[in-house]
Design a protein around this ligand. Sequence first.
Ligand SMILES: *[C@@H]1O[C@H](CO)[C@@H](O)[C@H](O)[C@H]1NC(C)=O
Ligand SMILES: *[C@@H]1O[C@H](CO)[C@@H](O)[C@H](O)[C@H]1NC(C)=O
Ligand SMILES: *[C@@H]1O[C@H](CO)[C@@H](O)[C@H](O)[C@H]1NC(C)=O
Ligand SMILES: *[C@@H]1O[C@H](CO)[C@@H](O)[C@H](O)[C@H]1NC(C)=O
Length: 170
Amino acid sequence: MAQAVATLILAMAITPALEINNSSVVKATCAALKLQPYDYCVSVLSNDTAAGSAIDARGVATAAINMTAHKAASLSQVITYLIDELNSCREIYNSMEATLASVLTDLQPGRFNPAVLAKTEDASEDPTNCDILLFEGKSHKDPISDKNGGTNTLARLATAIVDFIVMKRQ
Ligand SMILES: *[C@@H]1O[C@H](CO)[C@@H](O)[C@H](O)[C@H]1NC(C)=O
Ligand SMILES: *[C@@H]1O[C@H](CO)[C@@H](O)[C@H](O)[C@H]1NC(C)=O
Ligand SMILES: *[C@@H]1O[C@H](CO)[C@@H](O)[C@H](O)[C@H]1NC(C)=O
Ligand SMILES: *[C@@H]1O[C@H](CO)[C@@H](O)[C@H](O)[C@H]1NC(C)=O
């Protein structure tokens, strides 16, 4: 009983405070802005503890700038990860090119290398390796997914043709 009363008193003490800081200052600031959607302004800022507890427009501005700075920092981090991951993909594709150049030599008239099919198959897996690297990477971004897919499809076609000529030879 005493506990229930204490809970009630606590709830009554907390509720008005929440109503005051989550609304008036943020809402008044948002309402004063021209050319900014009011709903977006209120929903983004009332979600933030610092903005919600701001006592004036300057406090709301500080919170909004801080939120924006956090977003910029987190995007900068994502880009750093992505650059690393794309650099690894570039190495994969450089190696794929080198393997395919060597397959071209193997395919010259009058030549035959029994390893040509295995080499071609290896190369055709490279686009998928890049895709997996980006998929499992820290950036959680794969801006070249469709290019990886298209290159893999073409590589598999070329591999099937190499397989066909190798089979014919045997
Ligand atoms: C509110 O905050 C939560 C958790 O931090 C977040 O997932 C959500 O996207 C935010 N909503 C808006 C409108 O910013
Ligand atoms: C502020 O109040 C609105 C509704 O009045 C609510 O949807 C929102 O979650 C509240 N924000 C916080 C941070 O409590
Ligand atoms: C209201 O302000 C208090 C501190 O002043 C803070 O702890 C609380 O998170 C704020 N509530 C909202 C909804 O921003
Ligand atoms: C910005 O946000 C961080 C983390 O929420 C906080 O530690 C810092 O005090 C804030 N800076 C200002 C100027 O409000």
